[in-house]
Design a protein around this ligand. Structure first.
Ligand code: ATP
Length: 148
């Protein structure tokens, strides 16, 4: 089906707003209102939940910046956080099923390690790409490119 990504992102932001507020995280959304996508709406919704959930879960305070724009026939969605970041050694594994970064962070924040594996599966089922840039201690950027 055809839908705007903004309507989905607004729903997901609303859902995470209470947790973000408790943690003093400011969620920013920067995008034009008319970025359309023809895709599986439920799956894209799930994808946005996974990425935003991680951004908030692995950030103690600061900002989570979501931006979305259109470039040729692709939609590019970027989520940047100011969280704990991912150590370089973990980066090659974070899309693996059941992989969870060690360190103190996953003791506090429960999880299965399936989120990003599912995210990658959803993106690839739509012929898209997902990439991560992260600096340990600084923050993480997840970028999804989806054909319209
Ligand atoms: P769940 O799937 O239940 O959410 P999870 O968050 O551990 O559990 P993934 O979403 O697959 O699983 O993420 C895998 C690992 O990648 C995490 O355990 C964490 O170490 C790291 N990670 C993912 N997103 C971020 C982020 N925004 N900041 C820092 N680390 C992250």
């Amino acid at each position: 089906t055809n839908f705007t990504l903004r309507e989905i992102l607004e729903l997901v932001i609303e859902q995470f707003q209470p947790i973000a507020e408790m943690k003093a995280i400011l969620i920013k959304l920067m995008m034009p209102s008319d970025v359309c996508l023809t895709a599986d709406r439920e799956r894209i919704h799930q994808l946005c939940i996974i990425i935003l959930d991680n951004a908030i879960k692995y950030t103690t305070s600061g900002t989570v910046e979501i931006s979305c724009f259109q470039k040729s026939n692709n939609v590019i969605l970027t989520v940047c956080d100011t969280g704990c970041g991912i150590p370089e050694d973990d980066l090659p594994h974070i899309f693996d099923r059941f992989y969870r970064g060690d360190k103190a962070r996953n003791r506090e924040s429960g999880g299965t390690g399936l989120g990003l594996a599912i995210a990658k599966w959803i993106v690839e089922a739509h012929d898209g790409k997902i990439r991560v840039d992260s600096e340990f201690g600084i923050g993480t950027k997840i970028q999804v490119t989806l054909p319209q």
